[in-house]
Ligand binder design. Structure first.
Ligand code: SF4
Length: 444
């Protein structure tokens, strides 16, 4: 069959879709790039906050409306896992519904599919990490998300992910290295490590935290030039991890640490293990070991009970610490979480106003930090070329889709997506930089 996969949500969902593509091709199906050419539509959903749920339902309804009668509509991912059969009752156009632990059932379900009979598979998490599929392609070939674990053992009071994805299950090191080796052999230069909590890697499987060992092994893979860490939990950023990051040339001086808040009382209420003091200490240690490090974080405004003073404390922290990259979200009340039952829910206007105040402060910090880059030469991974000949790429300091771009000219040069080049920065804006091509550091 010809199958079209629509992927929503986070990079972990993206890796699941790429694995599903490999699995379907192994069973003789063909994954197509356009829904027009497809006999089967797969919507790989996200379901962790209201906005994401709404987007997923809109997409499902769009594909339901798109059906001409013979196509099969398959819904997978976190929304399926969270709501199961309630979703098929609410949207009867869904033909097959698969939870996050049931992707591997799709080939058989397509084979056995009978029109009008709804098929649902929604099992709880297995007891160990399931290697249910392998990616056959990784677009773009030069950069890839690499999932190292599934689930989460942290129990943040606002978060439904543990109830959707189950307990933390580390992937076997040899399987991660094998996939990374395959990707490198196909021209991948950047590996982006993802999990719900990358820093918890190994504890459940090897009885000890093993991220540093995994990183050292990944650094041995020829062809890989950049290794990036996403979703790190603050209190597991150890001296050992910091020294491996500082020592290994391939590991980008970039780290994503979702902090969520900085007030001790709010952090306790969120059931987060960090404290204001531990956060400050971790940032200091990172900056001491790698003065050029870019720290990305996310904060939540309007968590139930957050007072004006606690918000002001967070705003003052943002202005003082000047993190290089920051995303801010207004608290989203999610049924099934402890926070949803908390009394002092903050008014949406207040939540959003607080979010906007921090984002405005961050915009000025971002511009100031970017201006410090003028005159510097940065290694850039080329991604696209505009019609006017301008190239767009990313530096070691920027993750795809969520961070900044570098726009640059390269007169008399024909560059390709995936080339690594040096660019001299000539100007800076709130979020992006501009520059001029200097030389190749590695052709595609
Ligand atoms: S660390 Fe917290 S916020 Fe992140 S997935 Fe786990 S429970 Fe959710």
């Amino acid at each position: 069959m010809k199958i079209y996969i629509e992927t929503l949500g986070c990079p972990k969902n993206e890796t699941d879709s790429l694995q599903l593509e490999g699995l379907l091709e192994d069973h003789g199906h063909r994954v197509v790039g356009e829904p027009d050419d497809a006999e089967v539509f797969v919507v790989n959903t996200c379901g962790f906050i209201n906005d994401a749920k709404k987007e997923s339902i809109d997409q499902i309804l769009a594909f339901a409306a798109y059906k001409t009668g013979k196509e099969i509509l398959v819904v997978t991912g976190c929304l399926s896992q969270r709501y199961g059969e309630d979703l098929t009752k609410a949207i009867p156009e869904i033909d097959i519904l698969l939870g996050v632990n049931d992707y591997q059932a799709l080939p058989q379900m397509l084979q056995e599919y009978e029109k009008g009979k709804v098929n649902v598979a929604c099992h709880p998490a297995p007891s160990e990490y399931s290697e249910w599929g392998h990616r056959t392609n990784s677009s773009p070939g030069y950069s890839a998300y690499l999932k190292i674990a599934e689930g989460c053992n942290n129990t943040c009071a606002y978060c439904v992910i543990p109830s959707i994805r189950g307990p933390y299950l580390s992937r076997k090191k040899e399987n991660i290295l094998e996939e990374a080796g395959d990707l490198a052999a196909k021209g991948c230069k950047e590996l982006i490590l993802v999990a719900q909590d990358v820093t918890a890697y190994g504890q459940d499987l090897y009885g000890e935290y093993s991220l540093t060992g995994l990183l050292e092994a990944l650094c041995q893979i020829d062809g890989i030039r950049w290794i990036r860490l996403m979703y790190c939990y603050e209190d597991r950023i150890t001296e050992e991890l910091i020294s491996v990051m500082a020592r290994e040339e391939k590991i980008c001086h970039y780290i994503d640490i979702p902090l969520q808040h900085v007030s001790d009382r709010v952090l306790r209420s969120m059931n987060r293990r960090s404290t204001n003091a531990s956060i400050r200490n971790t940032i200091e240690c990172l900056r001491r070991a790698m003065p050029d490090i870019v720290i990305r974080s996310t904060l939540i405004t309007g968590f139930p009970g957050e007072t004006k003073e606690e918000f002001e404390e967070m705003l003052a922290f943002v202005k003082e610490m000047e993190l290089e990259r920051l995303g801010v979200f207004a608290y989203s009340k999610e049924e099934g979480t402890p926070a949803a039952l908390m009394k002092e829910q903050v008014h949406p206007r207040t939540k959003n106003a607080r979010r906007d105040r921090i984002m405005e402060a961050q915009r000025l910090i971002s511009l100031k930090n970017n201006q410090k880059k003028i005159g510097a030469t940065l290694e850039i991974l080329v991604e696209t070329r505009e019609e006017d000949g301008t190239y767009i790429g990313r530096s070691r300091y920027d993750a795809p889709d969520i961070d900044f771009s570098v726009l640059f000219t390269a007169a008399n040069e024909e560059l390709e997506a995936g080339d690594l080049v040096d660019v001299k920065i000539t100007d800076a804006f709130d979020y992006d930089l501009t520059g001029e091509f200097v030389k190749h550091t590695e052709r595609k």
